[in-house]
Design a binder for this molecule. Structure first.
Ligand code: ZN
Length: 229
């Protein structure tokens, strides 16, 4: 008698099917990387982030990273890889720097959209909250450190909550740099490039960061990343 598939097997089968999909669909003249749809309507995060900001940020900035990446990898073996692998394969290689910048920004932005929710903010719960309390000495202390990392990042970049070796960490990365090249698993990110907030907050990055943390961070998404391997 056959056993029902375990949850893990189903997840593995799903990942395998996704990989097969990636490998199969490489028709010569078709762009290998697509701009994923937003997980909510453009105006859904207003007034914390306006529809106008999302329209430019997603429709112009994110789209341009994807379009540039497609031009840069056209005809190369990188066009056959999943996006995450392109980021990892090109990181730190001076002759691949333009591909890395565009691939990493394409990946980081998709992760950022998923890190935000119109019903976000507040606190996580369950095991993720327990580990935040353990690793940062309480949720309020975590919140302060995340805000400091995001506000204090000099110039363009990102603030992240990541899982690393069984512990949670807060990271700030510059420009396109991303924890997925550092062996760390991102749970949430905040984009602190000026294009993420300038239309709504001008130079007041701290106001944007605090509003995103308190009203938009998608803790259910973070909990799913936390629980997955
Ligand atoms: Zn951005």
């Amino acid at each position: 008698m056959s056993q029902p598939l375990s949850r893990r097997s189903v997840i593995k089968l799903g990942a395998f099917a996704a990989m097969t999909f990636w490998v199969r669909r490489v028709p010569a003249e078709t762009a290998p990387f697509a701009l994923p749809p937003l997980p909510w309507e453009e105006s859904a995060l207003a007034p914390t982030i306006s529809g106008q900001t999302i329209s430019f940020h997603y429709g112009k900035h994110h789209r341009t990273y994807v379009d540039n990446l497609n031009k840069l990898v056209a005809g190369s073996e990188l066009a056959d890889l999943p996006l995450e692998r392109v980021v990892q394969e090109t990181a730190g290689k001076s002759d691949k720097i333009a591909i890395f910048h565009n691939a990493a920004q394409a990946w980081n932005h998709t992760f950022y959209w998923n890190s935000l929710s119109p019903k976000g903010g507040g606190k996580p719960s369950g095991k993720l909250l327990e580990q935040i309390e353990r690793d940062f000495g309480g949720f309020d202390s975590f919140r302060t450190k995340l805000a400091q990392a995001a506000i204090g990042q000099f110039g363009s970049g990102w603030a992240w909550l990541v899982k690393s070796g069984g512990r949670l960490e807060i990271l700030a990365t510059a420009n396109a740099d991303t924890p997925i090249t550092m062996g760390k698993k991102p749970l949430l990110t905040i984009d602190v490039w000026e294009h993420a907030y300038y239309l709504d907050y001008q130079n007041r990055r701290a106001d944007y960061v605090n509003a995103v943390i308190d009203k938009l961070l998608h803790w259910d998404f973070a909990a799913r990343q936390f629980a997955s391997e």
